[in-house]
Design a protein around this ligand. Structure first.
Ligand code: HDD
Length: 712
């Protein structure tokens, strides 16, 4: 039964797919074409004839093949998969995909950056979208999540302002896919409510190593409704089995040049190689009567519920196991909406969520061009659609009969409304009362305590990265008042943070008595200033990536640098060990010519020293063997190899020096180190292969970054 369900979406897509294999070329009318090389002309040197319907059809289609990109989250990558429930949530929700133990539900997931255009780099400092469409038997359920658990603003009415501020500036369309510019920081410095999110955005969470190594968060409190009609608040979490890992900012900038499709390629290749990315789905559940138990408002999307206060219960596994067949048809045309619900899940009154409920369908109308976007194959529900909606551009479904209204007698009253017991959706009955007001709840007026909680929960290297990110971003701001205002904001979070940023921006720290300095006293921004509150939870381990999973090298990419004459046995032994542990080994050689090793074994390089860079790898192995090293040391190769090593060193990666590689070691910055470094492995050590594997699984030695960078 589950198996059937798991494949239902893919079966549906299969039935709507075609392949051109062994087929003849045709027009869109199915007419076979016998010449696709020349247009129809009056004489072979004469003008093209208007009657050339084959040319006209081809060019017309081409002229119209672009659609508007998404207003935000334009750059995305997607994959199919399955969600399997491992713990029933029946007590809390009647949603069948969350209550029937063992049930498998097909999904499509789209990851994205927010600010950049469709063709922008994957490695922008940005929030990542993590949108999941669950094709359940009760209809599509969309969890339109991000990789950060909070948001910039508390009310949807500010969303267009936020997006206009972060997008390229309107006069010159600069910069692409970057928040490091005047308008973004102008807006942010005037929006104290964004400070918690800014801490996340300036942290390494904004530059993930891989989509497969990111958490996902539903952000808002939603509601679970059970069979008895009881409600619980719920926050959704996705925790990657591979742990949460990031790259260094310097690396991110370089990857943007070497491989701007880095994350898209990584996801694609992992799935093609059978290294299916997996996440645990987790929930934090709060009974309705505990709504006001916290020192923040559950409806405020700038707040998390610390895991120390409400633990995350893991209830199922999300696995991505199939790449799309066609990017445009699937990844581009998929349309998510937080309002795509199933019985058992409902909204809360979070004012950001409430506004989202309008935006998503509305945007599809201009992006996909018709109210029939739900009929595009990737958007179709696996449960058949029956209603009296009709017509519109590009209508696909052919509904038989005379009736498209209700009530009716001609169609025997069909389609009927479903009773709740039959799966009919009924909104949770919640008592609401109040005057019609355009106001922010006073319970939302605490903007810094969770920003502090996040900052204080970071490890020292993470804090440093966050400080440096702010220094980088604010250094790109050209208006001094904005920088000052921002430093003033930071002072409410952490004085040292503010001081360090101010120092690097060349500001005099004592001048920072914001807000009195630059805002008029009657500004409503002042009114919305935060209340000074001490958070109940002061440190949360879950907020630091230092505490993430660090026990696997699965799907990590290891570069083997080698020349002719390299030691085949050492290479093969290490390669096998790494591959057995799930890592991917790629050979880098002076050219793409096959590498002949000392015993005649031949290795085919995937890259040459000039076609890739260390930033594309998680770790490096410099192969053993005197002649190999000699080849790597010739002037043409030496500077490239040293650049590889020095950069990997700077980015705190594991580097393994094989036998006879001393000359390379000595010429590199690695030899300048004065202290033990667990990620620098030498063949002379005990069990160097195992040490290497252990070092890769730790991801990076961020603790030694300062020392490594002093040498680099
Ligand atoms: Fe949004 C897309 C996530 C607030 C309006 N949003 C979009 C996507 C994700 C999110 C992951 C990409 C979906 C895809 O891959 O197609 N958005 C969020 C989260 C938010 C959030 C986690 C806050 C908690 N969004 C938000 C607000 C509004 C929007 C407040 C408007 C009032 N979002 C949109 C949109 C988009 C969108 C304009 C652009 C493309 C689309 O919807 O389909 O409607």
């Amino acid at each position: 039964m589950e198996k059937e369900n798991q494949n239902k979406k893919l079966e549906q897509l299969d039935s709507l797919s075609t392949s051109n294999e062994n087929e003849k070329l045709t027009t869109n009318q199915g007419l076979k074409i016998n010449n696709n090389q020349d247009s129809l002309k009056a004489g072979d040197r004469g003008p093209t004839l208007l009657e050339d319907f084959i040319l006209r059809e081809k060019i017309t289609h081409f002229d119209h093949e672009r659609i508007p990109e998404r207003i935000v989250h334009a750059r995305g990558s997607g994959a199919h998969g399955v969600f399997k429930l491992t713990k029933s949530l029946e007590k809390y929700t009647k949603a069948r995909f969350l209550s029937e133990l063992g049930k498998e539900t097909p999904v499509f997931v789209r990851f994205s950056t927010v600010a950049g255009s469709r063709g922008s780099t994957d490695l922008a400092r940005d929030v990542r979208g993590f949108a999941i469409k669950f094709y359940t038997e009760e209809g599509n359920y969309d969890l339109v999540a991000n990789n950060m658990p909070v948001f910039f603003i508390q009310d949807a009415i500010k969303f267009p302002d936020l997006v206009h501020a972060v997008k390229p500036e309107p006069d010159n369309e600069i910069p692409q896919a970057a928040s490091a510019h005047d308008t973004f920081w102008d807006f942010i410095s005037l929006m104290p409510e964004s400070m918690h999110m800014i801490m996340w955005l300036m942290s390494d969470r904004a530059i993930p190593r891989s989509f497969r190594m990111m958490e996902g968060f539903g952000v808002h409190s939603f509601k679970f409704i059970n069979e008895e009609g009881e409600a619980h608040f719920v926050k959704f979490h996705l925790k990657p089995k591979l742990g949460v890992h990031s790259v260094a900012w310097d690396e991110a900038q370089k990857i943007s040049g070497v491989d701007p499709d880095f994350h898209r390629r990584d996801l694609w290749e992992a799935i093609e190689n059978g290294a299916f990315p997996e996440w645990d789905l987790g929930v934090q559940i709060v009974p309705e009567e505990d709504e006001h138990k916290f020192d923040f408002d559950l409806l405020d999307p700038t707040k998390i519920i610390p895991e120390e206060e409400v633990p995350v219960e893991l209830v199922g596994t999300l696995t991505l196991n199939k790449n799309p067949d066609n990017f445009f048809a699937e990844t581009e045309q998929i349309a998510f909406h937080p309002g795509h619900l199933v019985p058992g899940i409902d909204f809360s009154n979070d004012p950001l969520l409430q506004g989202r409920l309008f935006s998503y369908t509305d945007t599809q109308l201009s992006r996909l061009g018709s109210p029939n976007f739900h009929e595009i194959p990737i958007n179709r529900s696996i449960s058949t659609v029956h209603n009296n909606q009709r017509d519109g551009h590009m209508r696909q479904q052919i509904v038989k009969g005379k009736v498209s209204y209700e009530p009716n007698s001609i169609g025997n009253g069909c389609p009927f409304q479903a009773m709740m017991q039959e799966g009919g959706f009924a909104s949770h009955q919640e008592k609401v009362s109040g005057s019609k007001v355009r106001e922010r709840s006073k319970s939302f007026v605490d903007h810094y305590s969770q920003a502090k909680l996040f900052y204080n929960s970071q490890s020292t290297p993470e804090k440093m990265h966050l400080q440096n990110a702010l220094i980088f971003e604010l250094s790109k701001v050209t208006i001094p008042e904005i920088r000052e205002r921002m430093v003033g904001q930071l002072a409410f979070i952490d004085m040292f943070l503010a001081w360090r940023v101010a120092e690097k921006l060349g500001l005099e720290v004592k001048k920072l008595d914001w807000p009195n300095q630059s805002l008029p006293a009657d500004s409503n921004i002042i009114e919305l200033q935060s209340e000074e509150r001490e958070p109940h939870t002061k440190i949360s381990e879950a907020l630091s990536m230092q505490n993430t999973v660090k026990d696997t090298i699965k799907s990590r990419k290891i570069g083997f640098i080698m020349g002719n004459g390299a030691d085949a046995e050492a290479i093969t032994t290490l390669k096998n060990k790494l591959e057995e542990a799930g890592a991917v080994v790629e050979i880098i050689a002076p050219s793409l010519a096959p590498v002949k090793t000392n015993d005649g074994t031949v290795f085919i390089p995937k890259h040459s020293l000039t076609s890739t860079a260390s930033v594309c790898f998680d770790a490096l192995y410099i192969a053993s063997g005197e002649s190999s090293v000699q080849e790597l040391l010739i002037p043409e190769n030496k500077h490239l190899v040293l650049h590889f090593i020095n950069e990997a060193y700077k980015h705190c990666k594991a580097i393994y020096f094989g036998a006879e590689t001393d000359m390379l070691y000595k010429s590199s910055n690695v030899s300048l180190r004065k202290h033990e470094d667990p990620a620098i492995i030498n063949i002379r050590e005990n069990n160097p292969d195992d040490q290497f594997i252990d070092a890769i699984s730790k991801h990076r030695v961020w603790d030694l970054e300062l020392e490594r960078n002093t040498h680099a």
